[in-house]
Design a protein around this ligand. Structure first.
Ligand code: NDP
Length: 606
C-alpha cells in the first residue's frame, strides 16, 4: 500500500512507506544484540597502549601544591571558551588540566587524515571574531581547528598555568576553606576557589569486543591515535606513502571512517573497509572561503549573528534567511517546508509528524540514490545504502567517500550487520573468510553509554561527602546543565539540560562560559565565597525539562548505535538527557536575560 501525507504540494514520486518501514525494521533487527554497550572493550591493561599519545612526548615536571582561582578539567573547546571569558572578566589565574599534550580536546586527538568539521567553520570554530581568524574553508580541516585552539590558549594566557598530560583523580570540596582540592596522576595536590568540568562527550576511545583482538601480530591503532610513523603522510592530508605496499583494514564506517577512507584508498596497496552498518553520506560541497566575501560579512557581532541564525534555522523558527547553508540547515528547512505545505486546517500534530516523516523518507531516498550514481559496482552500491531514518545515526557528508569504492584496491567487506567474526594473528574473519592484513585501524568510536565518572576518570566529592555519582545515580540533575546542588563552586560546561544543541555543540559551550564568568564576577563583587544552586531551583529546572517532548534522537525503532543506547531500553535515567523544552534559541535568549539581570535567580551566594 502506498501512503503519502495529504498536502498542497506538487505531486512527488510516491514512496511505499510500509515497505520502507518494514525494510528499516528488518535491518535494525539483524543488528540488535543482547550485550548492547557491553560489546565494546574498555581500553585498559594489555590494551592500554591503544591510548598512548603519539603526538607529543610527555615532559617531566614538579607536582603542583599551590592555589588558583579557577581549575578547569579539559583543554578542549569547553575549557578554552570558559578560560577566555574568565580572562575577559579579569580572572586570569585559570589552570586547565588536560590529559593530552596540548589544547584542542577532540581536535588534539583526532588527527586522522581527512578530519574536518561537519558543521560550517564560521559557527563551529569558537571565538573567531575575538581572535580575528578567518577559516580557510567552509568546513575547516583538523589542523586549522587545532591551531584555533592554540590561538585561543595563547591570546587568553591559558598556556602559562596549564597542566598537560595530566589526569584528575580526585576532586574534593573543602567546606572549611570553601575551596576544592584537586589531585592528579602526576602527584599534584592543589586547591582552587572554583572548578569547571569540560570533559567532553566523545573522548574515551573504545574497541570492538571482537574475539581474538589481542592476538593480531600486525600493526594496529585507533583512529584517535593515528600512527603517522607507520603510515607516512601527515594530518594535512599528505599521501601516506608508507602504505603503498600494505594491506590495511579499517573497521567501522561511522563519521570518522567516512573522512579517513578516501585518504587510505589513495595510499594503500589493498584497503578493506569493514562495515557493520552503512552511514548515510550526503553531499559535502566544501569550498575555500573568499577573504573579500568574509570581510563583507565580518562586521562587529557577526559570529553571534551567525550562531543565532543557525540555531534558529535548526529549531524550526520562522527565519527568512539561512546564512550558514550547510547540511544541517538544509535538513531542518526541508522539514519545515514540508510541514508548511499542509493546509491550515490539517496542521494537527499527527499530520505534522507525518510530514516530518515524509521529508525524512525523501531525504534518505535521495541519499540512497546518490550511492547508485557514484559507486560503479552495483553489488557494492547496494551494500553501501543506509536503511534507517536520517537521525538514527550521525548524518555524514562527503564528496570522496563513496567514490573511494571505485578505486581498484579498495574493497567493501560488508558483515551484513553482524560485525567482524574474529581477529586472528594474520588478519580478520568475516563470514568464515580470513582476510590477511598488515595493519588494522579501529574506527570504532568512543564510549558514550557509560557513566560520567567512568568517562571522566574521577568522581567529585561535594558537600558532606556527597559523590557526584551518588547525586546522579538516578539520572543527571542540574540547573541549566551547569550547576549541581551539593557541589558549590563547581560548573559543568556541556549541552545537556541546557540548549542541548547537538548540531553545533560549541554554541552551548560559549554561552555556558560567558554565564560562568558573569556569575563569578558577581560573587567577587559581593564578596561571596560560595555559589551553589538551591535544591528547589534545581528541582524546578528538572521538572521544567521533563515537560518537553523528550529526546528527538535515539528512538528505539532505530538501528542500534550510540544515539539509542545500542538499541537497548535506555533506562529511567535517560529521560533527563534533554534540553530546554522551548528549544535552543529560546534557551539562549533566556540564559542571556538570566545572567544579564544580575539576579542569578536560583543560586545562593554565601
Ligand atoms: P562511531 O561510533 O560513529 O562508529 C563506530 C563504527 O564502528 C560503526 O560503524 C560501528 O558499526 C563499527 N563497529 C563497532 N563494532 C564493530 C564490530 N564488532 N565489527 C565491525 N564494525 C564495528 O565512531 P566514529 O569515530 O566514526 O564517530 C563518533 C562520533 O564522533 C560521531 O558520531 C560524531 O559525533 C563525531 N565525529 C565528528 C566528526 C565531525 O564533526 N567532523 C568527524 C568524526 C566523528 P555500527 O554502526 O553497526 O555500530
Amino acid at each position: 500500500m502506498t501512503t503519502t501525507t495529504e498536502s498542497t504540494a506538487p505531486a512527488r514520486t510516491p514512496i511505499d512507506k510500509e515497505a520502507l518501514l518494514a525494510r528499516y525494521r528488518a535491518e535494525r533487527d539483524k543488528r540488535l544484540r543482547d550485550d548492547g554497550n557491553e560489546q565494546y572493550l574498555q581500553i585498559k591493561d594489555q590494551l592500554a597502549h591503544y591510548l598512548d599519545d603519539p603526538y607529543t612526548p610527555r615532559a617531566e615536571r614538579e607536582p603542583k601544591t599551590d592555589h588558583v582561582t579557577f581549575a578547569f578539567v579539559g583543554g578542549g573547546f569547553a575549557g578554552l571558551v570558559t578560560g577566555a571569558r574568565l580572562n575577559e572578566a579579569g580572572i586570569t589565574d585559570v589552570r586547565i588540566i588536560e590529559k593530552g599534550g596540548d589544547f584542542g580536546g577532540t581536535w588534539y586527538w583526532n588527527r586522522y587524515p581527512g578530519a574536518q568539521c561537519d558543521t560550517a567553520s564560521l559557527i563551529y570554530m569558537p571565538l573567531l571574531e575575538e581572535t580575528g581568524h578567518m577559516p580557510s574553508e567552509k568546513y575547516a580541516h583538523a589542523p586549522e581547528i587545532l591551531a584555533q585552539c592554540q590561538r585561543i590558549g595563547k591570546q587568553y594566557g591559558l598556556y602559562e598555568n596549564a597542566l598537560f598530560h595530566t589526569e584528575v583523580e580526585n576532586m574534593t570540596w573543602d567546606a572549611d576553606q570553601s575551596r576544592w582540592v584537586i589531585e592528579t596522576n602526576r602527584g599534584d595536590r592543589f586547591t582552587a576557589d572554583y572548578v569547571g568540568m569540560g570533559t567532553g562527550p566523545l573522548h574515551v576511545p573504545k574497541l570492538p569486543g571482537i574475539p581474538g583482538i589481542e592476538s593480531f601480530k600486525g600493526h594496529s591503532f585507533h583512529t584517535s591515535r593515528w600512527d603517522y610513523n607507520y603510515t607516512g603522510g601527515d594530518p594535512k592530508g599528505a599521501l601516506m606513502e608508507k602504505l603503498a605496499d600494505k594491506r590495511v583494514a579499517i573497521i567501522g564506517t561511522g563519521a570518522t571512517s567516512v573522512q579517513a577512507v578516501p585518504h587510505l584508498a589513495k595510499a594503500c596497496k589493498t584497503l578493506y573497509v569493514v562495515q557493520r552498518t552503512p552511514s548515510s553520506v550526503d553531499v559535502r560541497a566544501n569550498k575555500p572561503l573568499d577573504p573579500e566575501w568574509f570581510a563583507s560579512i565580518a562586521t562587529p557581532g557577526w559570529q553571534k549573528r551567525w550562531l543565532e541564525n543557525f540555531t534558529a534555522n535548526q529549531g524550526g523558527d520562522i527565519v527568512e534567511e539561512d546564512l550558514v547553508q550547510d547540511g544541517w540547515t538544509d535538513l531542518s528547512r526541508r522539514i519545515r517546508a514540508r510541514i508548511m505545505e499542509l493546509p491550515r486546517d490539517k496542521m494537527t500534530p499527527e499530520n505534522m509528524m507525518a510530514a516530518f516523516e515524509d521529508s525524512d523518507f525523501e531525504k534518505m531516498e535521495e541519499i540512497r540514490s546518490r550511492v547508485d550514481q557514484i559507486v560503479a559496482d552495483k553489488e557494492t552500491a547496494q551494500k553501501l545504502k543506509a536503511w534507517y531514518r536520517q537521525l538514527c545515526k550521525r548524518p555524514c557528508f562527503h564528496d570522496a567517500y563513496l567514490q573511494s569504492f571505485n578505486t581498484p584496491g579498495t574493497h567493501l567487506i560488508d558483515t551484513d550487520g553482524k560485525g567482524v567474526e574474529k581477529i586472528t594473528e594474520k588478519g580478520f574473519v568475516v563470514a568464515g573468510v580470513e582476510y590477511e592484513v598488515d595493519c588494522i585501524i579501529y574506527a570504532s568510536g568512543f564510549e558514550v553509554g557509560t557513566e560520567w565518572t567512568r568517562r571522566a576518570g574521577f568522581d567529585l566529592t561535594g558537600r558532606d561527602g556527597l559523590k557526584l555519582s551518588e547525586a546522579w545515580a538516578e539520572g543527571m540533575r542540574t540547573k541549566h546543565g551547569i550547576h549541581v546542588h551539593g557541589f558549590p563552586n563547581a560548573f559543568f560546561v556541556q549541552p545537556t539540560q541546557g540548549a542541548n544543541l547537538i548540531s553545533n555543540v560549541p554554541h552551548n559551550l560559549t554561552e555556558a562560559g560567558a554565564t560562568i564568568a558573569a556569575i563569578i564576577s558577581h560573587a567577587q563583587k559581593k564578596g561571596a565565597k560560595e555559589i551553589e544552586v538551591t535544591k528547589e531551583a534545581q528541582d524546578e529546572w528538572v521538572a521544567l525539562l521533563l515537560t518537553g517532548m523528550g529526546r528527538m534522537i535515539g528512538s528505539p525503532d532505530c538501528t542500534p548505535g550510540y544515539y539509542n543506547n545500542e538499541g537497548k531500553a535506555a533506562g529511567p535515567a535517560a529521560k533527563y538527557n534533554v534540553g530546554y523544552p522551548a528549544g535552543a534559541t529560546a534557551y539562549f535568549k533566556y540564559l542571556e536575560g538570566w545572567r544579564n539581570s544580575g539576579e542569578f535567580d536560583g543560586l545562593a551566594f554565601r
